[in-house]
Design a protein around this ligand. Structure first.
Ligand code: C2E
Ligand code: CA
Ligand code: CA
Length: 760
């Protein structure tokens, strides 16, 4: 066999081996990380309990001693005598010996002098502990009873100690002195040392303010140091004082660590247990080394080949390799890209059909990613994408496949799976992975994620179909921020297709005159006369019948149809109002999109001019979703100047109803039906109604209560002082002819008992 053939063959074999090795690795890690997280958290809990118990037993010893001080000695001079007595010394010595962690116990007087001690021999008169942090804290802060001090090194013995100090008060509650136990810090570190399981693991006992009290493995420079800088994620997590997991670059070794924090139950401190992320990922590093070795091997072979003059082998192979890598990967995250994913999905689909094994397709979409880019910049956005990619990858098994298929979109092929539960478990793991905020340039950014999942099944015939199913599920998930994942099932409608169909039908509806206005009377409560009505749009769909505005206004807003539709509503309402015998008012609803996209002032004046309706008979209703920009406010002011009234609709249902009221002088507040519905049963609703009415009175605005369905509600509203009422009790919305007939029959007045149109 010629040499070049042998070498080419070897290169091919090596390349194949490399491909296999890469195949083994690219596909993420198993559930190791999840296991590591829960191990760390449970270790932090265990050590928290152990440490808390140690402190508690020491505190009990101190308490026992205080309990033994005779009442008479609970006065300044007697206390000194008591503290200095032989009997007390033996009491203290005995107590100090009762626990191995206690080195000594001191009694300290109000001036900071050691008045009694467990250590043998007499105490010199001049030992003052005024400079200790516990003396300073307990002698100055009247509300403080217990103090856990930072560690110090005793020069004489070289021992590191902490103090747990308790305040002693006299019979009248005045500061009498302090009892302090000196604790051997090593006794605490020994507990932690026994629990160090891997070489990167570190266990820290920290005080709430960030000072390190004990640390294993022993690290002299750590002790007493204040490590959590203010305003860092770690410091904020500690301030929350709840058990938590965090990933952060550690003060210990400037490496990224997974840290489980658990506060002590009874003392202002906590336990942090951490491991480096690198160690957690070590298994993969080994795999990576194998790949590197294989690549090196291939390189050597290629060199050999080129020495033999087979240049094309080298250049061809390398160029092909790099081009294929670049075209199939996303450079930011190094994950496979959409093209790679599509191919892989096809392959997975075919394989699953052959082997009748199942897989799940997860499509993931970061919530509000645009906001992150807008608020924190694109560099931060990139960092977030990378962090998310890393966290996702860590949650996967080796056999799974992950890719970045769009700016903020990822796809995971989970394969194989035994059943639906396994897919749900992965969703939960992904959600948990993103629960911890991402830290970018020292800012914590919360990342939300929507997930749509589709499972392979005999009814799905192509890989495109499973993609579409997952996409439909994702779309559903996105519309529900609370439960941000959906599992596709055949009954799930493709709301996007429905929406497109609806928008299409809407476009022709205006030309085909399928819209109609209904009118709902509004009653003036002072005069009991009909004051006017609200025009409400209806869609007489040729096949679906009467469609409610709630079902098509949003689509009209999205498709832009709201502009011409809104104009039509205005013109129709104004010209209808001109046909009434009484000069009733007519209220028209305006959508926020009309304000954004349309010259509302021009539309209104056009409708008024065309119909001849005096401006003072037109009322415009807008909700808080209309952004009161300078431009919108100017338009509203212009309209008001014309004589048109402006009502604030659905009051109380938005986020900032109060501040909204301040931004424009509305003529009227419409109290939302939800409050009226609840007013007789719930004290809250009734209070809100009363408060709204009195607020409106103060602001010289009138009020219309919406959704009035019973006489009881009407009476209660009258009593509360509402100006007007609207609702099924007075009449339902009705076509223009029916409204004219209603006005003739009732003569424009409302009488409860003879009401002819209670539910017209
Ligand atoms: P809205 O402005 O709050 O209108 C009041 C809604 O409450 C109407 O629903 C009305 O039929 C209903 N309603 C009135 N009295 C009662 C009652 O006693 N009990 C109950 N349960 N409901 C009552 P509708 O007609 O389905 O309109 C729904 C929403 O669609 C309106 O809420 C409004 O936001 C919007 N809308 C209606 N017409 C138009 C329009 O021409 N343009 C725009 N932009 N939006 C419109
Ligand atoms: Ca309204
Ligand atoms: Ca309303």
């Amino acid at each position: 066999m010629p040499a070049y053939l042998i070498i080419s063959l070897s290169i091919l074999i090596a390349a194949a081996a490399l491909v296999c090795a890469v195949f083994l690795i690219v596909r993420g890690h198993s559930d190791d990380l999840a296991r590591a997280e829960s191990d760390l958290a449970s270790l932090a809990l265990t050590l928290q309990e152990r440490t808390d118990a140690v402190f508690r037993s020491i505190e009990n010893v101190l308490r026992d001693i205080v309990g033994k001080i005779p009442q008479a000695s609970l006065k300044a001079d007697e206390f000194e005598a008591f503290a200095g007595s032989k009997a007390t010394k033996s009491l203290l010595a005995e107590a100090a010996q009762s626990l191995p962690q206690i080195i000594r116990i001191n009694l300290i007087n109000t001036r900071g002098r050691v008045a009694g001690s467990s250590i043998p021999g007499p105490i010199s008169n001049s030992v003052y502990l005024r400079d200790t942090s516990y003396y300073r804290a307990l002698s100055t802060d009247p509300s403080l009873l217990l103090y856990l001090s930072e560690p110090i090194k005793i020069e004489a013995t070289g021992k590191r100690v902490l103090s747990l100090a308790r305040k002693i008060n006299d019979a009248d509650g005045n500061f009498l002195g302090i009892i302090a136990a000196t604790i051997d810090q090593h006794s605490l570190e020994k507990i932690y040392l026994d629990h160090l399981r891997t070489h990167s693991m570190a266990i820290t006992l920290y005080r709430r303010d960030g000072i390190i009290l004990a640390h294993s493995p022993a690290d002299a420079k750590a002790l007493g140091r204040k490590v959590w800088l203010p305003n860092t994620p770690l410091q904020r997590m500690i301030a929350k004082n709840t058990p938590t997991l965090i990933r952060d670059v550690s003060w210990l070794d400037a490496r990224e660590r997974l840290i489980a924090l658990h506060p002590l139950a009874n003392y202002p401190s906590g336990i942090a247990v951490s491991r480096t992320v690198a160690e957690l990922m070590a298994g993969r590093r080994f795999e990576a080394r194998v790949v590197r070795f294989m690549a090196f091997f291939i390189d050597v072979m290629i060199d050999a080949a080129s020495l033999l003059g087979i240049k094309q082998v080298r250049t061809g192979l390398l160029r092909a390799a790099s081009e294929s890598y670049l075209s199939r990967h996303d450079m930011l995250t190094k994950l496979p890209n959409r093209q790679f994913f599509v191919d892989e999905l096809k392959r997975t689909f075919q394989a699953s059909q052959k082997s009748s094994s199942n897989f799940a397709l997860h499509l993931l979409d970061l919530a509000k990613f645009k906001d992150i880019n807008d608020n924190h910049g694109h560099a931060a956005g990139d960092e977030i994408v990378k962090a998310v990619a890393r966290r996702l990858r860590e949650r996967l098994r080796k056999s799974d496949f992950i890719s970045r298929i769009g700016g903020d979109e990822f796809a995971i092929i989970q394969r194989p799976i035994k059943g639906q539960q396994q897919a749900v478990d992965l969703v939960r793991a992904v959600q948990a992975a993103l629960k911890v905020p991402c830290t970018v340039a020292n800012t914590e950014i919360e990342v939300g994620i929507s997930i749509g999942v589709a499972l392979s099944s005999p009814s799905i015939k192509t890989s495109n179909e499973i993609m579409r199913s997952a996409d439909i599920a994702l779309y559903e998930a996105k519309s529900d921020p609370d439960n941000a994942y959906r599992l596709y099932d055949a009954s799930m409608k493709d709301s996007r297709a429905e929406r497109r169909e609806l928008e299409g039908a809407l476009k022709s509806a205006l030309d085909s005159k399928e819209f109609e206005l209904f009118y709902q009377p509004i009653l003036d409560l002072a005069t009991n006369q009909i004051w006017g009505c609200e025009a409400l749009v209806r869609w007489k769909h040729p096949t679906k019948g009467m469609v409610s505005p709630q079902n098509f206004i949003p689509a009209a807003e999205d498709s832009g149809l709201i502009g011409p539709l809104g104009d039509w509503v205005l013109e129709e309402a104004c010209s209808t109002a001109m046909t009434w015998t009484l000069p009733l008012k007519v209220a028209v609803n305006l959508s926020p999109v009309q304000f954004k996209r349309r010259d509302v002032f021009a539309s209104v004046t056009k409708a008024l001019n065309a119909s001849g309706l005096p401006a003072h008979r037109l009322v415009l209703e807008l909700t808080e979703s209309v952004k009161l920009t300078e431009e919108a406010t100017a338009t509203l002011k212009q309209l008001k100047a014309l004589g048109v009234s402006i009502s604030l609709d659905d009051f109380g249902t938005g986020y900032a109803s109060m501040s909204y009221l301040r931004s424009f002088p509305f003529d009227k507040i419409k109290i939302d039906q939800s409050f009226v519905r609840g007013m007789l049963g719930s004290a809250d609703s009734s209070a809100i109604i009363k408060a709204t009415i009195s607020l409106a009175n103060d602001l010289k605005m009138s009020t219309t209560a919406e959704g009035v369905e019973t006489e009881e509600q009407l009476n209660a509203l009258r009593l509360a002082g509402a100006t007007q009422a609207q609702g099924y009790l007075i009449a339902k919305p009705m076509p223009r002819e029916a409204f004219a007939a209603f006005m003739t029959e009732t003569q424009g007045s409302y009488k409860a008992s003879e009401n002819v149109h209670p539910l017209a």
